[in-house]
Design a protein. Structure first.
Length: 367
């Protein structure tokens, strides 16, 4: 199958669906791409940008010519669409999804007799931002892309689709659906719940005048930013992977109760080892590939409290053709080194900016 001659359909044009469609358009410009979304403005924008050849206002027989069909809605919604697509798509059409939970949709696929032509998919990319307007054609680059074919999936489809995904710049990883769901519960679903709970903890402890909210700006807001992800999406994810999430949360509660007990005992060696071993494992996690959380490229710069200093730093970076995504003073510096926080677009920009500023005797720390 020649990718340039594919006809590809998208049901759902949010952050993930939109980004995959844009990437396909960039890599395979001759591909015919159809799309549907309940948000008509997303489809209209995709057509205006040349991403879609045509936007459909319903999931119907117009998708029957597709070689690949991406389901990019929430899991339960995708399952509903599968029932409609069963009598629409051709037997040789590959159906895939991009959901964060794989077992429920695989069970629905099996029940509908679509297993030979279905491969579950999950690009390990994300952002607290949502919607087609935040999608881009480089989101998949160097990102892990889980593929979860069943034992009944046609082998040639798995090989073809894996090659297609890698051609988009992602790193294809094949897993069983149940393996996928346990892994993502560990490294994505639990962290989102923990981030949300940290925010709730501070919210409940806040004073009437909002002092904690004000002081939490900076490090706390950064480490909990995924708590701002779509509540609709996370309702779906948590309910569809509740077994794995409950098991892991129970493990966490047990471990936290142990921490409480050791604090009550005044056991310093336990506390020391608790942080040491966590830091050691975290430091072993590679930086070279994109995971489920969007990487932030930051510099922290010590600057004197003098008029015009911030503008001077920004001007020096601009003079060296370094684009700044965001810049601001850090008032709470418990977690960061430096007083000026500069957010850039990529690692290369971070390295170049640090070099430019260090040559001018600024003390710089790269996050």
């Amino acid at each position: 199958m020649n990718a340039e001659h594919f006809t590809i359909g998208f049901i759902g044009l949010g952050l993930i669906g939109g980004s995959i469609a844009k990437t396909i358009r960039r890599v395979h410009p001759e591909t015919v791409i159809y799309g549907f979304d309940t948000d008509q403005s997303a489809g209209e924008l995709a057509c205006q940008e040349g991403v879609l050849n045509q936007f459909f206002d319903a999931v119907d027989s117009r998708f029957s010519t597709c070689d690949i069909l991406f389901l990019c809605a929430p899991v339960s919604v995708n399952i509903g669409y599968l029932k409609e697509l069963k009598n629409i798509v051709a037997p040789q059409c590959l159906i895939t999804d991009v959901g964060s939970v794989k077992t429920p949709i695989q069970e629905a696929v099996d029940a509908l007799g679509l297993s030979p032509q279905f491969i579950g998919g999950h690009p390990m990319v994300g952002s607290e931002k949502t919607g087609y307007e935040n999608s881009n054609d480089h989101l998949l680059e160097n990102a892990y892309y889980f593929l979860t074919p069943s034992d009944h999936t046609m082998f040639y489809l798995t090989a073809t689709f894996s090659s297609f995904i890698q051609g988009l710049g992602a790193l294809a990883v094949t897993l069983k659906p149940e393996q996928h769901d346990y892994i993502t519960a560990s490294i994505s679903h639990i962290p989102h719940i923990v981030a949300a709970e940290l925010v709730h903890l501070v919210r409940r402890a806040d004073t009437d005048n909002g002092m904690l909210r004000q002081l939490a700006a900076g490090g706390f807001k950064d480490i909990t930013r995924i708590a701002s992800s779509s509540p609709v999406m996370w309702e779906q994810i948590c309910l569809n992977n509740s077994g794995n999430i409950r098991s892991l949360l129970s493990d966490m509660v047990r471990d936290l109760n142990q921490v409480i007990d050791k604090l009550d005992e005044g056991n310093g060696s336990f506390v020391n080892e608790y942080f040491r071993s966590a830091g050691e494992y975290r430091n072993s996690v590679p930086d070279h590939s994109i995971g489920l959380f969007e990487k932030i490229h930051k510099l922290y710069v010590y600057i004197p409290d003098e008029p015009g200093t911030l503008a001077s730093v920004a001007s020096q970076l601009a003079f060296n053709n370094i684009n700044i995504k965001n810049i601001g003073i850090v008032h709470n510096r418990e977690f960061e080194e430096g007083v000026l926080e500069i957010v850039l677009y990529d690692d290369e920009s971070c390295t170049k900016a640090a070099q430019v500023l260090e040559e001018r005797n600024y003390i710089v720390n790269i996050r």
